[in-house]
Design a protein around this ligand. Sequence first.
Ligand SMILES: C[S@@+](CC[C@H](N)C(=O)[O-])C[C@H]1O[C@@H](n2cnc3c(N)ncnc32)[C@H](O)[C@@H]1O
Length: 277
Amino acid sequence: MASELLLEGKCCFAPWKRKYMQIQGLFLVRAHFGWVNFIVRKLSDRIRLTARLARWINDVLSRRTEARSLAFDLTHKTKTFERGDYPVAEGLSVDERCWGYGPINQDFFREIMRSVPVDLSSYSFIDVGAGKGAALMLASEFSFHHIIGVELSGELIDIGKRNVECYHRSTRRIIDPEWVRADFLRWKIPEEDALFFFNNPLPKDIALQAVQKIVEESFKTSTRSIIVYRRPPGEVPRYLAMNPSCCPLRLSPYWEIYGVGLNKDGWLAGKAKNKET
Ligand SMILES: C[S@@+](CC[C@H](N)C(=O)[O-])C[C@H]1O[C@@H](n2cnc3c(N)ncnc32)[C@H](O)[C@@H]1O
């Protein structure tokens, strides 16, 4: 359906189709009772009595999320959990402009990746802002043929490399990610089909530029790109929704997945989806 719309030059879904997709996507977020939490929070906006209940549920679930993130480190003797502030662009200091590091939770990551409706083995995994490598290690559970982590902070990359060694000793899984120390906005995206993972790595203005860069590169090089964005900020959701080169694959209240890329035969990601699922 998505590819047909794109071929007609109308990839921007009708509002009711997006709504339908969002409702379907809501029930995909089961980890840590994601959809229950969402509905309780929505209700609490309208019914005062449920506000306390919503806060309580939210606190319980946040504690559970933290415990599961910590459990990853305890199991594999890695050090991904500790948060910190880091600069958001080359040449800036933390005092000038920073953004928080925090790892992706293992349950959320697996749930998101399982919902991507394409065969992942023909894609590289690119973590935009790879931090201490949590997403790179988890991506090794999936069939990506190449795993790349782009990270601005050399300090985080050093920690990430040590984490990957610990993870290898713990799981015996062969994982050999390519670490790139770079500002994502200045990095030359490789010409290959790739899934770009954004775990809220950038403030909204930079995030929009990063997504625009992927869409433009994908278009220029006729490569298939999938953008997986956890908590897309500012204008990013609107840009993706309105751009005729982007087709929603899954939409949920917490993350959005878009296929990007056109060539003369149509929407490549859409073709892959139709063939593979
Ligand atoms: C929220 S953390 C996500 C870490 C990792 N993706 C994960 O899910 O475990 C965001 C990371 O993006 C990095 N970052 C921020 N701006 C960046 C930029 N312009 N280029 C590359 N990395 C950046 C930060 O240093 C931080 O490590």
